[in-house]
Design a protein around this ligand. Structure first.
Ligand code: NDP
Length: 397
């Protein structure tokens, strides 16, 4: 049992708060803090029962964070703000000897580039302080990393080929919307693609490589190769991997809008002058796009995310597919958010539970596949994300 300080009250944060609030035997006290306190108050009110205290904090400011952590005295800080805040929150955790968990790796505001090196550089300082940092505990990264660790532990002597497949077959009935923070989402998708092959990273054009893949209970969807952060830690932690790739589905409408957004300069992340005011076009675009946290009401259909793995077991080749399908409608009914927020928030709260129970707790900075996958997967279905396995099937990849 312990106290938690959650930072960030967006779509993902709403789910995390719901899930943690439902477990008073694990989370004795929950403080929800964000830049805009009224959003925290709204989440707390919806959950009800005085389970959640709220606070205002600018998570770009280490001193403000330290003051809040010293006041709340949490055992764990759960960061579901934006990737820009990862390092300031980790600094504040170090200053106050408090453990840390997040769902997305650090990204500098002025370059759309994400990699773990900045956060891995904190390993020794976290070790020396005797505190734990758990990185990337959403769905992807997060559950996909745990799925890979589970496959390595139980089903393979050697994982050789890993393909992470992320399908959103839902329909929100909007012309264009992103499923999580639009700024972070568009920065991610418009980057060059990258995959790992024979010890090297191979770069591709943005969404250049694509093919139809079949998803369980959904059917065929065009899937695009892109870089995703868990590839970086998984090829390091499972060195038998010869090739690792990440695929995500996009509809034609989405891609057409994205192309137009880029062509007209609205995906730019540098400042432009507008009537004497400096604005970043992509941040302005975020302000006029639908709020991902409020897409849930008319969202129909499923997400399907999993790992397709080929490798060796007892000297023989084996294929294995482990995945979860999540219903947008069911996610909305339970938490008022859509399935992308839900599939990120549930594992985040579960990782926090693993920490509170002392199961995922060791000084240093860790990716989720560094921990035992079994207790996490034993709880994942109960927490709303049941998972399934298929053996020796055609992986299509
Ligand atoms: P939202 O934009 O909906 O919410 C972000 C929250 O962080 C808001 O409450 C926002 O406050 C707050 N915030 C932003 N900047 C600051 C700051 N400087 N100080 C304090 N609070 C701040 O994002 P999502 O909920 O969609 O995403 C949250 C995180 O989850 C992101 O890091 C995203 O990358 C990650 N994610 C991870 C996935 C995974 O599977 N691993 C999948 C999807 C998302 P305000 O309302 O005032 O702007």
């Amino acid at each position: 049992m312990g106290k938690v300080l959650q930072i960030g009250a967006g779509g993902v944060g709403t789910v995390v708060a719901h899930k943690m609030a439902a477990l008073p035997e694990v989370f004795s006290e929950i403080t929800l803090a964000s830049r805009t306190k009224s959003k925290c108050d709204a989440v707390a009110k919806k959950i009800g029962g005085d389970r959640i205290k709220t606070a205002q904090v600018d998570a770009d400011n280490v001193d403000e964070l330290v003051a809040l952590i010293n006041k709340v005295k949490p055992d764990l800080v759960v960061n579901v703000a934006l990737p820009y805040q990862d390092l300031t929150i980790m600094e504040a955790c170090l200053a106050t000897h408090t453990s840390y968990l997040d769902t997305a790796n650090y990204e500098p505001k002025d370059v759309a580039h994400f990699e773990y090196s900045w956060q891995w550089a904190y390993k020794k300082r976290f070790e020396d302080a005797g505190i734990t940092a758990i990185l990337g505990c959403g769905f992807d990264p997060g559950v996909t990393s745990v799925f890979t660790a589970y496959a390595a532990k139980h089903h393979f002597d050697e994982i050789q080929y890993l393909d992470i497949v992320d399908c959103n077959a839902g329909n929100h009935h909007k012309a264009f919307a992103t499923n999580f923070n639009p700024e972070i989402n568009i920065r991610e998708i418009t980057q060059k693609g990258r995959y790992y092959q024979d010890g090297k990273w191979v770069e591709t054009g943005a969404l250049e490589i694509h093919k139809g893949l079949n998803y369980p209970e959904i059917g065929e969807r065009e899937s695009y190769l892109m870089f995703h952060e868990e590839l970086e830690s998984l090829v390091k932690n499972f060195p038998t991997i010869k090739r690792a790739r990440f695929w995500m589905t996009f509809g034609q409408e989405y891609l057409t809008h994205l192309r137009v957004i880029q062509d007209i300069g609205m995906a730019r992340i540098d400042e432009v002058d507008f009537n004497g005011v400096k604005i970043v076009p992509l941040q302005f675009l975020k302000a006029v796009l639908p709020n991902p946290g409020e897409l849930g009401e008319n969202y129909e259909g499923y997400t399907s995310i999993g790992c397709r793995i080929r490798g060796l077991k007892d000297g023989k080749e084996r294929t294995y597919y482990i995945y979860n399908n999540c219903s947008h409608e069911a996610a909305y009914k339970e938490t008022g958010t859509q399935a992308v927020s839900y599939t990120t928030g549930v594992p985040c709260a579960l990782g926090a539970e693993m920490f509170m129970k002392g199961i995922w707790k060791k000084p240093g900075v860790w990716n989720v596949e560094d921990f035992d996958p079994d207790p996490f997967l034993a709880r994942l279905g109960e927490q709303g994300l049941p998972w399934h396995e298929k053996f020796d099937v055609d992986l299509e990849l």
